[in-house]
Write a protein that binds this ligand. Structure first.
Ligand code: G6P
Length: 470
């Protein structure tokens, strides 16, 4: 049944929303707006601040600040935040987000399980799975309540895989899309999940009219899982939309004063006349930061001519730190960086400059400065850093790119492509990148930038809406 308050014609649902609130010591709430593809995508159908009342973004309250905002009724137009843990549901969000989404589903789709990081499908998993269902149901109910007759609903990512199916039951009139921002696991790996859970996940997504992915490779893997586990995709259309970088935004943003300031500081840290290898990631296991550092160490060992002539600027921004496995990985990154610095560093030259505090302006400054960008994930849905660097780079930048990143499909021809597990191969690619003639590097960067911006976020979003209407 359509509620009388249902007004939104277009709805987006995701765990992380466009705004978060911090509870200050004086009891006030301050809002921080985020960026990313969805934010600029949604602004394409509303006002530039996303305030068109016909569009609604449903997201979860992620911390105490967000929860307090929900309690006080503080919010932004066009955003509905759900306090999943309210009432008798204390701990449900943590179970669903930390326990299932980021410990199990993230690990399955990125193929991160290896001894001693083994899957554990016992009683704790079952309790967390029940929370994952509750959390998905909270989203489905909120969407059902807020959507106008025949509205389009775009559900995002592995956190909300059950929502399309649940929403379909509540509101058969809606047009529902699901979009996966991650890779999809190959069928043999996916079937590591308990059978009933695997079935529920696939059926959940197949509740959508259309399930879409960042590349054909992930779409095919999903289809293969559906065929193997359920016998088919039961009429759900499968689509591919390769999200690109937002050229206009990046070019303008990367020339502002705060970026210029950080560029000066970085240049000073690096030292004059030195080459720069840049990487920027959230610190989590799929990004393969540790093997990247080992490859850099091997570069210094095998091509000693680069010692004192190159600096590796690595930004590794902490992510999902409630989970020990992510915290341990962050510590490992720090440890290996320190090791390289004590092994090779000399007075006046620090081989690795590692920053862990998230700073978007400094990331853009590093993109401008980079001679080489290292993007070597074990698996990655797309990887936007690979697409942003060529757009922002001042003097051209060689992209060393993992063949397991979604971006490889569009950028593979002009990047130096690596197998992310092959440390020696990655070291050789870094050497080739540093040695590449400047003209060739400039030509490649131009082509990379063109390919990287082919589908800007607003277009990416509108294409999905149109496809859902078709
Ligand atoms: C990936 C996921 C997104 C997620 C982001 C940041 O890109 O596909 O859904 O929002 O990581 O992770 P976090 O856990 O901080 O939201």
């Amino acid at each position: 049944m359509v509620s009388e308050h249902a007004a939104a014609q277009v709805l987006v649902a995701s765990n992380r929303g466009p705004v978060t609130y911090a509870l200050e010591d004086n009891g006030e709430l301050t809002a921080k707006r985020g960026g990313g593809g969805l934010v600029s995508g949604l602004s394409a159908i509303g006002d530039s601040d996303g305030s068109d009342p016909a569009a609604l973004w449903v997201c979860a309250a992620l911390g105490e600040g967000d929860r307090e905002a929900v309690r006080r009724g503080v919010g932004e137009p066009g955003v509905r935040m759900l306090d999943i843990d309210a009432g008798s549901h204390e701990g449900v969000h943590a179970d669903a987000y930390n326990g299932i989404a980021n410990s199990v589903l993230w690990f399955v789709h990125h193929m991160l399980y290896q001894t001693p990081l083994e899957p554990a499908f016992g009683p704790e998993f079952r309790a967390q799975w029940a929370s994952y269902e509750t959390y998905n149901r909270a989203f489905a109910e909120a969407l059902a309540e807020s959507a106008a007759q025949g509205a389009a609903v775009l559900v995002q990512d592995y956190h909300l895989a059950l929502v399309p199916g649940m929403l379909r039951e509540l509101r058969p009139d809606l047009r529902i899309g699901h979009f996966s921002h991650t890779p999809w696991a190959p069928v043999d790996y996916f079937r590591m999940l308990p059978d009933d859970v695997a079935e529920q996940l696939l059926r959940g997504i197949l509740g959508a009219d259309r399930a879409a992915f960042l590349t054909g490779r992930w779409a095919d893997a999903f289809t293969e899982c559906c065929v193997a586990v359920l016998g088919g995709t039961s009429g759900t259309r499968i689509g591919v939309h390769g999200l690109g970088a937002d050229a206009d935004f990046l070019r303008e943003r990367s020339r502002r004063a705060d970026v210029e300031e950080r560029l000066v500081a970085l240049r000073e840290q690096v030292g004059s006349g030195r080459r720069v290898i840049v990487r920027v990631d959230r610190t989590e296991l799929s990004k393969n930061i540790v093997r990247g550092l080992r490859a850099y160490r091997e570069l210094l060992a095998s091509w000693p001519e680069w010692r004192e002539r190159v600096v590796h600027v690595a930004f590794a921004y902490p992510s999902r730190q409630d989970l020990a496995v992510y915290r341990d990985y962050t510590a490992e990154v720090q440890r290996v960086a320190d090791e390289i610095n004590s092994e090779y560093g000399v007075e006046g030259w620090t081989p690795v400059v590692l920053h862990v505090k998230d700073d978007f302006a400094r990331s853009l400054a590093a993109y401008r400065l980079a001679d080489v960008a290292l993007v070597n994930p074990i698996r990655d849905g797309m990887n936007l850093v690979a697409k942003e660097v060529p757009v922002v780079s001042d003097e051209g930048c060689v992209l060393v790119l993992s063949r397991e990143a979604g971006a490889y499909e569009e950028l593979g021809e002009d990047a130096l492509v690596v197998n992310p597990y092959d440390v020696t191969g990655t070291a050789a690619a870094l050497h080739a990148a540093l040695a590449m003639p400047v003209e060739e590097r400039a030509e490649r960067t131009k082509r990379l930038a063109a390919a990287a911006t082919a589908l800007p976020p607003a277009q990416w979003f509108l294409d999905q809406l149109r496809a859902l209407e078709g």
